[in-house]
Every structure is written in C-alpha cells, then in structure tokens.
Design a protein around this ligand. Sequence first.
Ligand SMILES: Nc1ncnc2c1ncn2[C@@H]1O[C@H](COP(=O)(O)OP(=O)(O)OP(=O)(O)O)[C@@H](O)[C@H]1O
Ligand SMILES: [Mg+2]
Length: 305
Amino acid sequence: MKTPSVIFYVGKGGTGKSTVSAITAMALAKEGNKTMLASLDAAHNLSDIFQTRLVHKPKQVAPNLLAAEIDRERMIQAFLKETRDSIKQTYSYLTAFNLDSYFNILKFSPGLEEYALVKAFTQLLEKYPDLDYLILDMPPTALSLKFFTLPALSRTWIEQLENLRNEINKKKEIVATVRYGKKEHGRDKILNRIKAMKEYYINLEAIFRNPDTTISMVANNDTLSMSETERTIRDLKSSNIHIKSVVWNRVDTPKGLPGFNLPGKAAPLCVPASKTPLTGTDALNTFINSWDVDVVTLVQKVVQP
Ligand SMILES: Nc1ncnc2c1ncn2[C@@H]1O[C@H](COP(=O)(O)OP(=O)(O)OP(=O)(O)O)[C@@H](O)[C@H]1O
Ligand SMILES: [Mg+2]
C-alpha cells in the first residue's frame, strides 16, 4: 500500500519551523505533488502564514495543498474516549466502579499531550493515504522529543504487560485445567488488546525509522539554536531515531556552520532571510521563485538520507 513520504520540521521556538514547513509544502505542491501541511504545535502559525482560518479538518489553501491546525484538546478527548471504551469492553466487570470519575482525573495526566499528538499523526496517515507528502510543523523541541520517543517507550512498557499477562494466563491455565478444562489464549480479550497496542507502536516506530520519513531540524545561526539542534540530534540518536537534515533558516551560506555529523553528503539547505513578510501564498511563491534553488534540490536537501 502506498503511504505518503513524511517530513517533520523540529526546532527551537522562533527558528522558522512554520515558515520553512510552508515554503516546502508550497514548493512540493507546485511540482504537482499531493501535499498536506499540518501543525501539531499548540501555538499554531499556519493560519497567519496562509492568511486564512485553518482548523482541525484539512482545507485546501493552494492547488495540491491541504493545510490543517490540529486541535489538541479534541485529540485528547478522542484518546480518552477510545481508552475508556476499550477498558469498558475489555474489563466489563469494571462497570461496577465509576470509570468516568477516573477519566475526569486522567485528563490532567502528564504525557497525554504526546499520546494525543501521536494519535493525530496516525489519523492523518490513515485518512489521507493518497498524499505524496505529509509535512508536520512540530511543537517546540521538548514535546517533539517526547513525541518521537513515545512509541519505543510505550512498546517496552506494553511488552512488560504482555509478559505479565502471559504469566497470569499460565497460572490460570493450571487452575482452569482442573476446574474448567483448557482455555485458549486467543480468547483472552486483555491479551488481544495488549497485542494490538504493541503492534500499533511497532508500526509507528517503523514509520519514524523509515527511509521515506524525514526528521529535519530548523536552525538559525546563533549559539542557542545551534546547541539545541546538537542536543536534539544526540538525544534522538540515543533512541535510534535519526535526524536527516538541518535547514539553516535566515542564513545565506553554510560556510563555517557545524555539520552535526548528519548522514547526508549534500550541503545543508540554507533559506535566506526574506526582505518582505512571508505571509500569503503569493508572497511564499514569489520568495520560492526569487531564490536560486529549484524545488527538487530544495526537497532533496531536506529528505536525502
Ligand atoms: N527566511 C525567513 N525570512 C524572513 N522572515 C522569516 C524567515 N523565516 C521565518 N521568518 C519570520 O520569523 C518569525 C518566526 O518564524 P516562524 O513563526 O516560522 O518560526 P517558528 O519556529 O514556527 O516559531 P514558533 O516556535 O513560535 O512556532 C516569523 O515572523 C516569520 O515570518
Ligand atoms: Mg511555528
């Protein structure tokens, strides 16, 4: 099955993630690629950049280009509802307890935000499989790191649950053999649910590590932005997730800038500072056209392994 190539733009606040996302998305769409640009940042900028009101549901902003601003609160509610329904189905005996009161507290639980964002990302992939490119304007670095490491962490945790459940089943089987005869593991709704969750996170890990997926850092030529870029590359590497490229925004030449030991051999992409505001599709197009980098080179420099 065809899946879109995914490009994530990560970086320190204000480095130009939203602007670089919009430039890349416009450039790809102009080349005839079916493209979607979605903001996962709570402080959305895309409505301002495209000068149109964007909402959770993707809307067309230019030929071949859909854009959306993901509603986190809505995703958190959807995630909680899905979890509650699943618990109710799996543990039917729990209806004796008031599950809703647990969920009223759970909505303030730490970590929910990244679960909601991961859910939003997978939903876009499921709902729009015909896209050529899905571009994500990511939240500030700390939350983005949690987003990328969530699948591996969750899988490790779920594997422990799976072991525990298998242990319980082994013990139950001994009793069951005596009292009711042998019971098949496949009938264990809880184990089935654990396995489905494990598969979901394994698939996500595969997407983050897929050669067609690009995680790109947007950086500026200043000390704080550079050291945050370096730290992010290192932190994600330790989770076996690799940043493919650095886009130097508001920079004319990569001369003297750090290479960060990235896998690509191509020179890093530099996006010059625009003299006019980069808002509205006309301004974005004029900027892209005025620049001596053609679209194919632009995208290759971002996505090249
Ligand atoms: N290449 C550029 N030339 C001129 N102005 C730029 C350029 N890139 C970004 N800007 C401007 O710099 C400001 C910050 O850019 P942008 O909003 O894209 O950053 P961001 O990383 O998305 O910020 P945030 O972390 O707040 O979401 C904006 O006013 C934007 O218009
Ligand atoms: Mg932004």
